[in-house]
Design a protein around this ligand. Structure first.
Ligand SMILES: [Zn+2]
Ligand SMILES: [Zn+2]
Length: 170
């Protein structure tokens, strides 16, 4: 049998074909290892471990990796986390955080006690805390006129103290 095959296996065409196959096999393996390493790296998996697994077991190792790999890219997970945090910040800014100094405030505060920023305006009729942009009180249906809004936004006037009697010089 081997005598019959010898002329074929030793022929130049067969040698060339065999080398070509080996060449493509090596290229394919290297590409597969690189792809697995990069994919595992982007997903935060054990990139070098999986590269070695694919190096040792080739396609079966790659199939195992495809089954057990992390479901999403790290950057996608990071992006989603950022979006959630941004949404939380947006929510908290609407109510319980001063937009200026970011300290916690109660939803009905008119002014931030830390940085003196105007947070809400009092209703001209019932005095409840309204958003600066509201033109009407949702509690008592009273229209908030521009003048009163401006008045509400102005800082409280403090009467200047009368200068006391000059101290007698020692
Ligand atoms: Zn503040
Ligand atoms: Zn009101």
């Amino acid at each position: 049998m081997s005598d019959l095959l010898t002329p074929i296996t030793s022929s130049a065409q067969f040698q060339f074909g065999w080398k070509l196959c080996a060449f493509f096999y090596i290229i394919f393996t290297v590409a597969l290892i690189f792809w697995t390493w990069r994919d595992a790296d982007r997903r935060g998996g054990m990139a070098w471990f999986w590269a070695v697994v694919v190096l040792l077991f080739n396609v079966p190792g790659w199939i195992i990796y495809m089954v057990v790999r992390p479901p999403e890219y790290l950057e996608d997970a990071h992006e989603r986390e950022l979006e959630i945090r941004a949404a939380e910040t947006r929510l908290s800014r609407d109510g319980a955080t001063c937009p200026s100094c970011l300290k916690r405030v109660e939803p009905d505060y008119l002014i931030c006690p830390y940085c003196m920023k105007k947070l809400k305006k009092p209703c001209v009729n019932c005095g409840r805390a309204l958003k600066m942009s509201w033109g009407v009180c949702p509690y008592c249906k009273t229209k908030q006129t521009a003048g009163e809004v401006a008045d509400a936004m102005a800082p409280a006037h403090t009467t200047p103290r009368e200068p006391g009697p000059a101290k007698p010089k020692a």
